[in-house]
Write a protein that binds this ligand. Structure first.
Ligand code: PLP
Length: 418
């Protein structure tokens, strides 16, 4: 029962230093967030000891009384939060949730059509090295060359030509709402299933600040750890109870063995929090922050320095900075912002002339900072720090000092020691 610092000082030091890093940097990776202490508590709990293959009330192991309560709560909360008839909260991650969705909807060799990876889609939507690209035939739709948006008439034409069995709506890097009604109409026209992967924008949907894909889609999958602000994991919901059996069996035993009950308990708590008024207020700050960032990065001085944002703005929690006209590439921008104390990731922009390991863009998101407490004043300041850095030739120490003022003002996990 000795503490971690005694048993394994090297790993204890990693935890310590990582807590310090999260406190000292401004986290702006669009897919990241900070979970509340209550979620950390479940994840570090004795529930990690429990095997519970099966589903509540139908387990292959004894002693599941308590974990059954946790999973039933998580299921009910997921259904209620997203207005779904069915939920499965067992997927270990977004990728395994997606593997289960395809497993349930189609057979090996059938065709899927999602947004191409180069234009903001996800690996699990048909990338050739991923299971989705290996098991299924893949057609992809892209963004319009002029608008850099998903134009539904183009998606329709592509769907009519390719006749996929599953159409995928959803993205990892795209700054606009999707037209779920139009996706549904296209799927119906060709007799395809519609699967929406709302991993990125699920928190906005939960807060009622983004159109919901649930009424339009056959199946909706999501991660729980991005805008939704919960533990690293996935879940699946559907309006269609008829798919329940297939989806459950695709998750277990199709994709997974024992569920991670400590994560499922943490998921239940995160879903409870996401149904509350404070969560909605937080998501409003997420959107406001992204909007302020887009505005600052399209101001005349930014445009003059070769900076822009993809589609000229954002409807969601992220901005895709377009550096095609800037001497600074995506990798250099990521490194430069790191020096200033801001963590982002380089990201290809649509029709990117630079190679994928370099790119001409960065993806910048606001969920983690909104969770940290940032509002419009702080996001205005962060946006100016970013614009000033990306314009080039700035005093890095001065920018680092501005970041430090913000991190000092909004302490992360006060009192927590790992
Ligand atoms: N789906 C989308 C749209 C994503 O952006 C991601 C993660 O980035 C995933 C699925 C996969 O989630 P995970 O990393 O939990 O497997």
């Amino acid at each position: 029962n000795a503490p971690l610092s005694e048993i394994d000082p090297e790993i204890a030091a990693v935890l310590d230093r990582e807590l310090g890093r999260q406190r000292d940097y401004l986290e702006m990776i669009a897919s990241e967030n900070f979970v509340p202490r209550s979620v950390l508590q479940s994840q570090g709990s004795v529930l990690t000891n429990k095997y519970a293959e099966g589903y509540p009330g139908k387990r292959y192991y004894g002693g599941c009384e308590e974990v059954d309560v946790a999973e039933a709560l998580a299921i009910e909360r997921a259904k209620s939060l997203f207005g779904a008839a069915y939920a499965n909260v067992q997927p270990h991650s977004g990728a395994t949730a997606n593997a289960a969705v395809l497993h349930a909807l189609i057979n090996k060799g059938q065709k899927i059509m999602g947004l191409s990876l180069a234009h903001g889609g996800h690996l699990t939507h048909g990338m050739k090295l991923n299971f989705s690209g290996k098991l299924y035939e893949v057609a992809a739709y892209g963004l319009d060359e002029q608008s850099h948006r998903i134009e539904m008439e183009q998606v329709r034409e592509q769907a009519l030509a390719e006749r996929p069995d599953v159409i995928i709506a959803g993205w990892s890097a795209y700054p606009r709402h999707l037209d779920f009604a139009a996706f549904r109409a296209i799927a119906d026209e060709i007799g395809a299933k519609l699967w929406t992967d709302m991993a990125h924008f699920a928190g906005l949907v939960a807060a009622g600040l983004h159109p919901s894909p649930v009424p339009y889609s056959d199946v909706v999958s999501t991660t729980v750890h991005k805008t939704l602000g919960g533990p690293r994991s996935g879940l699946i919901v559907s309006r269609d109870e008829e798919l329940a059996k297939k989806l459950n069996s695709a998750v277990f035993p199709g994709q997974q063995g024992g569920p991670l009950m400590h994560v499922i308990a943490a998921k239940a708590t995160a879903l409870k929090i996401a149904a509350g008024p404070e969560f909605k207020e937080r998501q409003e700050r997420v959107l406001e922050g992204a909007r302020l960032l887009a505005e600052r990065l399209t101001a005349p001085d930014a445009i003059a320095a070769g900076i822009n944002v993809v589609t000229g703005g954002t409807d969601v929690h992220l901005v895709l900075v377009d550096l095609r006209n800037s001497p600074i590439d995506g990798q250099q921008a990521q490194d430069l912002l790191h020096e200033v104390g801001i963590t982002v990731n380089r990201n290809a922009v649509p029709f990117d002339p630079r190679p994928p390991m370099v790119t001409s863009g960065v993806r910048i998101g606001t969920p983690a900072l909104a969770t940290r407490g940032f509002g419009s004043v702080e996001f205005t300041e962060v946006a100016d720090v970013i614009a000033t850095a990306l314009k080039g030739g700035a005093d890095i120490d001065a920018l680092r000092a501005r970041v430090k003022r913000l991190t000092d003002e909004f302490p992360l996990y006060p009192g927590l020691a790992q």
